[in-house]
Ligand binder design. Sequence first.
Ligand code: HEM
Length: 134
Amino acid sequence: MPDIQPTTDKARPKSSLKAWFHPRGRSISTIAFALNRLTAIGLTLYLFLHLVVLSQLLRGPEGWNSFVSIAKSPIFLTLDVILLFGVVYHMFNGIRVALVGMGVANQRQKGLFYGLVGIALILFVVGAVLIYTK
Ligand code: HEM
């Protein structure tokens, strides 16, 4: 009986850590799953960071105002844009995963992925423009 070989790309690095981040030879579903997990980890970390930031309110108006001035800096706005990407991607890909899990559009998974992630990207671009211009 022939050995079952994993479908790996020969160009992918052998070192396990590097191989994790090597995109070649990955299917769109693997990339979608990895991005969903990365954004999920990011959102979970952000939840705790958000609570830490909100605790600045305990220091009164001075503490909050000094935080708000930092929050308007270009670096902070860029972090907001990265967060926005995580939110819209995880949300719309999550809706796709939930729909497919319920047996909806199982035969059109790729179309569903491109459609929903396309909406996510449009919202992301609009939101990113608003973050930098408002
Ligand atoms: C409308 C909002 C959201 C939707 C529709 C959604 C949907 C989903 C779905 C369907 C999964 C399972 C993915 C899979 O099995 O492949 C998932 C995983 C997960 N989500 Fe969300 N989610 C949302 C918001 C959030 C938020 C706000 C957080 C964090 C604060 C979060 C954290 C996670 C985590 C940690 C996982 C596990 C990831 C993994 O095992 O790879 N999600 N989400």
